[in-house]
Design a protein around this ligand. Structure first.
Ligand code: MLT
Length: 411
């Protein structure tokens, strides 16, 4: 007997984008141990958990050591004390009502956006924006929903919706029938957004074609402008056609703590071969109860504390701090004559690279000549070529220093 592998994995690029970047940075550091690297690559927060979250978190850890307060397995879908707060704070103010059993608390939006495709048929046609958060693509490759990567950097069988300067980074509707559409707004990586009207065209498309939108709203808390929807459910009819993913990672500094949630409305239906409809909420619940044991009790208590009056204020201060960095990056790079997108409703800035250098070349130039780590746009898909992403997750001092170093480069 021999162990056969899932050969779909052989269709993947050699390594996950951020793993590849980490490798290159590690190699650079080995050869240049005295250089001070400023990381503006992976979107990882730099500020610690806020005091009110730490207080609640540590009390919950202490409670776990007290017989009467100890918690064993919790509900796989998460505790209702957190789901209630999510509905009250993240949805009600935007006119969206949800039931508790439409909220599934998890350990990450990355895992949820990756795992959700399991409940759908392998033959569903998938559309992604290009550039794209690579997890949506890679997990569909792993599942066998694509063919090989073609010379143009696109996988056979996937539908790509280009988002470039020429179309204002607004994806067009697919020009062929698709079943699943991944959208992420505020967008990772471009940092750009859709207005309510622009998002409505996708909801209307999905209603008309019985498709489903997988809407990643992990950066929702960074929205500043009033016509940018916070939730896809602000759009009429979206509960019939959209699953929404949210995360405490970037919002509340939970990248290392792990807590997120996914909304699967009970209106959502999928179909079997005989055309019978089935509840997607029930399928996802079945998946989660079988494969997931829930997020730890102290982490859910910590997440609930982000909704206390104190917690909200402390978190908003952190977000404002990052967004000040974003503004500084935009202003400084504009002064240098670079075109910069995003950074208004998002911690990501999408920089157009000067002519004559590609995005991995520019990544290397920044690393070697300015000791700054960005993320090459091409790593997010073929339409990302010609761009580089920087994040605003850093200290103000490092951000100023990084802009100073870039201003000394020759383009
Ligand atoms: C990114 O840098 O794109 C994100 O940190 C990735 C993630 O959230 O998994």
């Amino acid at each position: 007997m021999t162990v056969k592998i899932n050969e779909n994995y052989l269709l993947l690029q050699n390594s996950y984008l951020f793993a590849e970047i980490a490798n290159r940075v590690e190699n650079y550091k080995k050869e240049n141990p005295d250089k001070e690297i400023i990381s503006m690559g992976i979107g990882d927060v730099t500020k610690p958990l806020v005091p009110s979250v730490v207080k609640a978190f540590s009390k919950a850890v202490d409670d776990m050591g007290v017989a009467d307060d100890f918690k064993g397995y919790g509900p796989e879908q998460g505790y209702s004390f957190l789901a209630e707060k999510i509905i009250e704070n993240d949805y009600k103010p935007f006119g969206v009502n949800l039931d508790l059993d439409e909220v599934f608390i998890s350990d990450g939006a990355k895992c949820d956006t990756a795992n959700i495709q399991e409940i759908f048929d392998i033959n569903n046609k998938v559309a992604v924006t290009d550039p794209v958060y690579t997890v949506y693509v890679d997990t569909n490759v792993m599942a066998g929903r694509t063919g090989e990567m073609k010379d143009d950097g696109m996988y056979e069988g996937l539908v790509y919706l280009p988002c470039r300067e020429e179309n204002g980074f607004i994806p067009s509707l697919p020009d062929e029938e698709v079943d699943l559409i991944y959208l992420c707004f505020p967008n990772n990586p471009t940092g750009t957004t859709l207005t309510k009207d622009q998002l409505k065209t996708f909801v209307d498309y999905a209603r008309e074609h019985k498709s489903l939108i997988l809407f990643d709203a992990a950066y929702e808390k960074f929205i500043n402008e009033s016509d940018v929807p916070h939730s896809i459910y602000e759009i009429e009819g979206a509960k019939e056609v959209a699953i929404e993913f949210r995360s405490f990672s970037k919002t509340a500094g939970f990248t290392g703590t792990r807590c997120a949630y996914t909304i699967v409305p009970k209106e959502l239906k999928g179909y079997d071969d005989n055309g019978n409809s089935h509840s997607l909420n029930e399928l996802w619940n079945r998946r989660q109860t079988t494969k997931f044991n829930g997020v730890s009790f102290p982490v859910q208590i910590a997440a609930a504390a982000t909704y206390s009056e104190e917690g909200k204020k402390e978190i908003q201060d952190n977000i404002d701090y990052y967004m000040k960095n974003a503004k500084l990056i935009r202003v400084k790079l504009n002064e240098l004559g670079l075109d910069v997108y995003g950074g208004v409703n998002s911690p990501y800035l999408w920089i157009k690279i000067p002519d004559g250098i590609d995005s991995w070349g520019f990544f290397d130039k920044l690393l070697n000549e300015a000791n700054i780590v960005g993320t090459p746009g091409a790593g997010f898909g073929p339409s990302g070529e010609g761009y580089l992403r920087l994040t605003a997750f850093n200290t103000l001092e490092n951000t100023i220093e990084a802009m100073d170093r870039i201003s000394k480069l020759k383009f």
